[in-house]
Design a binder for this molecule. Structure first.
Ligand code: NAP
Length: 276
């Protein structure tokens, strides 16, 4: 399968390259693979991929809040450019979206048929990207995921470990819940999904839900620091409003036999391969 991959140097991009190593993958990265440059459209068309995997995004949630123009330029208009390129190439498009398209104000999991209501600029700009995909493409997968971490990334796991090495104690919010998702498990699921041709919107996360505090506890335990002084807090002041509880029910993928393991297994697998 000929595949073009945006955001190839990102966390998910790296895992996708690894999982799809037997396919003909063309990795696109900054600066030549800048999705904000409309030239990406012809670049994609020239590659004649069968599938475009669009994993490039501005993922710094607080950075998006502070610089909305940049967020919409990359996440919304950049996705438009990629969709136009995929359309010109006659390719399927897979766009990776986020749990932050929901407000997280309910105690029940969100499934694919719930109406989004993003709180943050990041969530709004990713939803605008979804809208471009739906309007411009006939054959697309929109895959919402959450709390992504993987090899080579600047992610929550590495942030907790780095802070714990610098500070005598840490506090983490116990009031924000999500499903930590390991890029290798997600990439395996995406590799299966693009072969189904069952287009539409999917939720794909590792299963289960935890607070940031519980996630940090598990990270410290697996790194051999179970006694590290970690306190639970009720708030974490930051520029971007984030959903308090955005559990994504993976309904549509489960219907076609695509499921991910529990988040704890993802974290263990990450630690088994982690360097340093
Ligand atoms: N991280 C999460 O917790 C999370 C949660 C839910 C959904 N997602 C979604 O999952 C996807 C993959 O996320 P990730 O965690 O792998 O993110 P990541 O590690 O930040 O990777 C994103 C990649 O996009 C690249 N990029 C940024 N602006 C670009 C532009 N204008 N043109 C081309 N490439 C550009 C970045 O390049 P540089 O590294 O050079 O900046 C980076 O390599 C994204 O669509 C994200 O919105 C992520």
């Amino acid at each position: 399968m000929r595949i073009a991959l945006t955001g190839a140097r990102g966390q998910l991009g790296r895992s996708l390259q690894q999982i799809l190593r037997h396919e003909k993958v063309t990795p696109l990265s900054l600066p030549e693979g800048d999705v904000t440059d409309p030239a990406i459209c012809d670049r994609l068309a020239d590659l004649k991929p069968e599938v475009v995997l669009h994993a490039a995004a501005m993922t710094n949630v607080d950075g998006c809040e502070l610089n909305p123009e940049a967020a919409y330029r990359v996440n919304a208009l950049g996705t438009r450019n990629v969709a136009l390129g995929a359309r010109k190439a006659g390719a399927d498009l897979l766009y990776v979206s986020t749990d932050y398209v929901f407000d997280g104000q309910t105690d029940t999991p969100y499934w694919e048929f719930d109406v989004p209501r993003p709180l943050s600029v990041y969530g709004k700009s990713k939803l605008a990207g979804e809208d471009f995909v739906r309007h411009l493409m006939d054959r697309y997968y929109i895959v919402r995921t959450a709390w992504v971490y993987g090899p080579g990334g600047k992610n929550f796991v590495e942030k907790v470990l780095s802070l714990a090495s610098e500070r005598p104690s840490l506090s983490m919010v116990a009031t924000e819940f999500g499903s930590p998702t390991y890029t290798v498990h997600l990439a395996e699921a995406l590799a299966r999904l693009i072969r189904t041709r069952l287009y539409g919107t999917y939720h794909l996360t590792n299963t289960g839900l935890c607070s940031r505090y519980a996630f940090a506890q598990a990270i410290l335990r697996l790194s051999g620091q179970p006694e590290y002084p970690l306190q639970a807090s009720t708030s974490y002041p930051r520029p971007a409003p984030v959903p308090a509880r955005a559990e994504l029910r993976n309904f549509c993928a489960a219907e076609i036999g695509i499921t991910l393991p529990p988040w704890e297994e993802g974290l263990e697998a990450y630690f088994q391969t982690r360097e340093g």
